[in-house]
Ligand binder design. Structure first.
Ligand code: ISL
Length: 593
């Protein structure tokens, strides 16, 4: 059993600052730090302990702040350093904390370091980035050093040609996000300095963006060919969890993290190997506290490929993945993050359950019940607590603001200008299913149009709102008007689930997970959670289908009573042994004797 710690029991809420809340008189149409500060009571009421802000640093916003041009200043769109100080102090008043997004695999091409690096081959910062001479093909044409593809949508080369110094630089995400050269100790020291700057200001820790990409294999070999028709291929085998990763992480720990009371969560796309992951999160290795494992959010990607691809999945996959990581962590004393949404994925409601008007609330509550009863540190993404869903198909790709979607759509238009072989229809389908934009629509605070209280009237939001805000918004959910219905709203359900999780932390946060048999169609995910001292145990039964199904309470699991559920009656009339009927998308929590 993992030893208790405050951050293990905390609920971490991810804020996407552009879309959270714009303060009065801000005419930009973007959310800002003052807007966040104005909503702390809402977050406290929900049960949030720590805020993680997606990047608010100075940035040209090519990739929504994941392209940083100054790590020690705030982008004027979001406010100022003073605003951050105010936020930290108001959080403190409420016994809450702040976590920053550390994006140090790459910088913006506008960062002074890169400007210097690209100025000449002899610049003192030349070696702060990854520069390589060209290759030449049989016809003598200049080619990039290898076949790695850009990650964000365009399927172009990950190497960008620099006319001025006649070399290529590596930029894995977009050409405006050049990768730092972590082999250079001066780069690592500069990163340590950034961490100290923010820790000294009072932040409690960091979410580390694509931190497993910082060490690239030497020699930059070509990637395996996954798509023979494409000139460039996913190169992650050569940069995800590269050879020096653990050394770099341990160095950050000994140089900085060990000197402050911090928490860290590393983002680790493309890695599924248990031992590799455990190396990062095992407490005795002094690397990171926890990571984001992508297996669940990648369940509908074409295996081995990038995210903007489509692959069918079955609820049994979800069951298998969640169970696997619950088991791995408890067997090896590692620690995990529990999450199902973030700003890089469509909404969980649309993706894993059913976002139709009929089943929407049930689906959102089903996912809340699952997540709030699993071991690990729980993350909630803004709007998840409101049951927000993806943009409807009427909103055309032209309205999508994400660089990944835009690149993907532009590429599709150039390949299939007349929808040859249905290419554009297919691309539309992919965006509808997978675009990051779905999670990035402004949070609706009130039912009043046109901006739902996100920004001032008469101001155009930076991206369109989900048109369903008139019925799904924070005020209707936090304090529903009298007589609007019997059951809990999604927000109220989450609030109850988070309180329950805290009250029974020994069972839900730290307890032993044991998967139970499913039903015949394998759509039921059921498990028990048992506290270490054996004094308390719960059973969780989740029907991941819109049909009524039967599920047999296994012998040996003796359910005392059902204590909560996502249907309004909390499953009160159900039997507690033998075959029980589960209604569409029904989730139940039972006390075990
Ligand atoms: O969204 C993805 C591309 O399809 C993911 O694979 C994503 O690239 C990966 O999760 C890393 O994401 C992080 O770094 C990116 C940034 O665009 C994402 O928003 C960020 O979360 C580059 O900084």
């Amino acid at each position: 059993f993992s030893s208790p710690a405050w951050w293990k029991e905390s609920c971490i809420y991810q804020i996407y600052p552009a879309s959270f809340k714009s303060s009065p008189n801000n005419k930009s149409g973007w959310g800002d730090i003052k807007g966040i500060t104005s909503k702390l009571d809402y977050l406290k009421d929900l049960g949030v302990d720590i805020l993680w802000l997606s990047p608010i640093f100075k940035s040209p916003q090519v990739d929504m702040g994941y392209d940083i041009s100054d790590y020690k200043d705030i982008d004027p769109t979001y406010g100022s350093l003073d605003d951050v100080d105010e936020l930290i102090s108001k959080l403190k008043d409420r016994d809450m904390k702040l976590m920053m997004d550390l994006v140090v695999n790459h910088t913006s091409d506008q960062h002074a370091w890169f400007q210097d690096s690209r100025s000449s081959k002899t610049s003192s910062k030349r070696d702060w980035y990854i520069w390589q001479p060209p290759r030449y093909d049989a016809d003598g044409n200049r080619q990039p050093p290898n076949n790695w593809a850009l990650i964000l949508g365009e399927a172009n080369s990950a190497w960008t040609w620099d006319e001025h110094t006649q070399e290529y630089f590596l930029a894995l995400f977009t050409p405006e996000q050049p990768d730092l050269n972590w082999r250079n100790p001066a780069v690592r020291e500069a990163v340590h300095d950034v961490l100290r700057f923010w820790l000294d200001r009072g932040v409690c820790g960091f979410r580390m963006d694509v931190i497993n990409h910082i060490s690239k294999v030497s020699g930059y070999p070509d990637a395996k060919i996954i798509d023979p028709s494409a000139p460039y291929q996913p190169g992650h085998a050569h940069y995800a969890n590269g050879p020096e990763l653990h050394n770099y992480l341990q160095e950050i720990h000994s140089e900085v993290l060990s000197k402050y009371p911090t928490i860290t969560v590393g983002e680790m796309p493309f890695v599924k190997d248990d031992s590799e992951i455990l190396r990062v999160v095992s407490p005795d290795r002094n690397e990171l506290n926890m990571i984001f494992i992508f297996e669940l959010v990648d369940v509908d990607n074409v295996p081995g490929s990038f995210r903007l691809t489509r692959h069918e999945w079955h609820p049994r996959d979800l069951r298998r993945i969640v169970s696997r990581w619950q088991n791995v962590m408890q067997e090896c004393n590692g620690w995990n993050s529990v999450f199902i949404e973030n700003h890089d994925n469509p909404r969980s409601l649309t993706r894993y359950v059913d976002d139709s008007d009929q089943f929407r609330d049930l689906g959102a509550k089903l996912l809340a019940l699952m997540q709030s009863t699993l071991s690990g540190t729980l993350y909630v993404y803004q709007g998840e607590e409101l049951g927000m869903r993806d943009l409807p198909p009427e909103i055309p790709p032209e309205e999508y603001r994400d660089i990944e979607s835009q690149n993907f759509w532009r590429k599709s238009l150039s390949l299939y200008p007349n929808n040859e072989k249905g290419g554009l229809d297919d691309a539309r389908k992919t965006l509808q299913r997978k675009a990051r934009d779905h999670a990035r629509t402004p949070v609706p605070w009130s039912p009043e149009g046109p901006n739902a209280g996100f920004c001032d009237e008469g101001v155009e939001p930076w991206m369109c709102l989900n048109p369903d805000f008139t019925s799904y918004n924070a005020s209707a959910q936090q304090n529903p008007p009298e007589g609007s219905g019997e059951g809990l709203t999604v927000f109220q359900f989450w609030r109850r689930a988070l309180r329950n999780r805290k009250e029974h932390a020994n069972t839900f946060v730290y307890g032993t997970f044991t998967e139970l048999p499913s039903n015949a169609t394998e759509e039921v995910f059921a498990y028990t959670k048992t506290a270490a001292d054996g004094k308390e145990a719960f059973v969780v039964v989740l029907n991941f289908s819109g049909k009524e199904v039967e599920w047999a309470v296994p012998e040996g699991v003796s359910v005392e009573r059902w204590v909560a559920g996502n249907w309004d009656d909390d499953g009160a009339d159900k039997g507690t042994s033998g075959e029980i009927k589960l209604r569409a998308w029904e989730g139940l929590l039972g006390m075990v004797k």
